[in-house]
Design a protein around this ligand. Structure first.
Ligand SMILES: Cc1cc2nc3c(=O)[nH]c(=O)nc-3n(C[C@H](O)[C@H](O)[C@H](O)COP(=O)(O)O)c2cc1C
Length: 369
């Protein structure tokens, strides 16, 4: 049977991936209520299509940090992609290159910064940074990303401590022995394989090596040590958006880390409006993006209508990878593009500028009827 939507690819991945990898990819934190809600919150938003607006030609492009991209859907950083397909991150970045959109490489990838750069020299690549207790290691990553032509640093700010994910604990998750954390050597590569009963290797890794003492001062430090634009990933409140604007970062990804850090946060799409309001109030030129729960083109449209400049997706790209590597991710991007285009047309929009707040409302608008 043809796979025609992102959910079809997820079903396929659930059938073929080894349990250790599948559980790692699909899990959320705790009881996974936020994981559910990342999707449900989208379904509570209603589209308000406008008719008779001549949508004969539609422009799906947008400009992100000064670069024109073909679709407002990029690829979020997800760790250890070679568990999904032998080509892992290399396949993913090549698909992003083909589609002329942004690819974000995880610090804890199974392909190195240099391998990813060589595989897709023309892709728009951003590097997702975790700050290690060892600042020399962190500085080394930053310099390598700069030298390899990455165009932004995405500092993940929601991971001072590792989320509690029951499935990984039960599985005592480790990286399969033929794979490695390709950006590192020594302890920073191998600690992921240390497990104990009820503790996953990744939990050990993050809590042992990442700097839990980070504050806004460290964002200032980062801005001093690199000329690359800084994007903060994992902001969910107007207070933090305000701090980010004060510091003058280039962008914010409104994200709850795919609901993997703590159960009970708002869905990313629920948090988006307060952040947009705060950024607008600041008068600063800070671009706002969103990830979490994007599964079809209507989700992309809804996020843009609420003010996001673009969206990113994590798991859907992994499901595409698991299916057929680069081709599978290209297919996922094709599907989201086609669905987004169709939503734009039916809602009476010819370009991003037409995707305004009046094109969307909360379901409660209709409950008075
Ligand atoms: C398997 C997996 C690994 C992830 N690894 C990272 C990571 O290394 N760094 C990071 O900042 N976010 C990481 N994330 C979070 C994603 O960047 C993104 O926020 C999330 O996947 C978006 O939700 P979605 O999967 O519903 O699209 C990971 C998510 C998943 C599912």
């Amino acid at each position: 049977m043809d796979l025609v939507c992102v959910d079809d690819f997820e079903v396929h991945a659930r059938n073929i991936l080894p349990k250790n990898a599948l559980d790692y990819y699909k899990s959320g934190a705790g009881q996974e209520t936020t994981l559910d809600n990342n999707r449900k919150a989208f379904s509570k938003l209603r589209l308000r299509p406008r008719c008779l607006t001549n949508v004969n030609s539609r422009d799906l492009t947008t400009t992100i940090l000064g670069r024109k991209i073909a679709i407002p859907v990029g690829i979020s950083p997800t760790a250890m992609q070679r568990m999904a397909h032998a080509d892992g991150e290399l396949a993913n970045v090549k698909a992003a290159e083909k589609h002329n959109t942004v690819f974000i490489l995880s610090t804890i990838a199974t392909s190195s910064i240099e391998e990813v750069a060589a595989a897709a020299p023309h892709a728009i690549k951003w590097f997702q940074l975790y700050i290690y207790n060892d600042r020399e290691v962190t500085l080394g990553l930053i310099k390598r990303a700069e030298q390899a032509g990455f165009k932004a640093l995405v500092l993940t700010v929601d991971t001072p401590f590792f989320g509690i994910r029951y499935a990984d604990m039960r599985n005592k998750f480790t990286l399969p022995p033929h794979l490695k954390l390709a950006n590192f050597q020594g302890e920073k590569a191998s600690k992921i394989n240390e497990t104990k009963d009820g503790i996953s290797g990744l939990n050990n890794y993050v809590n042992g090596l990442f700097d839990a003492s980070l504050t806004w001062k460290d964002v200032e430090w980062l801005m001093r040590v690199t000329k690359l634009p800084i994007v903060l990933k994992g902001i969910l409140t107007k207070e933090d958006a305000n701090m980010a604007c004060d510091l003058g970062v280039a962008g914010i990804i409104v994200s709850n880390h795919g609901a993997r850090q703590v159960d009970g946060t708002p869905a990313s799409i629920e948090a988006l409006p307060e952040i947009i309001t705060e950024v607008e109030k600041s008068g600063k030129n800070v671009e706002v993006y969103l990830d979490g729960g994007i599964r079809d083109g209507t989700d992309v449209f809804k996020a843009l209508a609420l003010g996001a400049k673009m969206v990113f997706m994590g798991r859907p790209a992994l499901w595409g990878l698991a299916h057929s590597g680069q081709k599978g991710v290209e297919r996922i991007l094709d599907i989201l593009k086609m669905e987004f285009d169709s939503t734009m047309a039916v809602c009476g929009c010819s370009s991003a500028a037409d995707i305004t707040k009046d094109k969307i409302t909360h379901e409660s608008t209709y409950s008075k009827l």
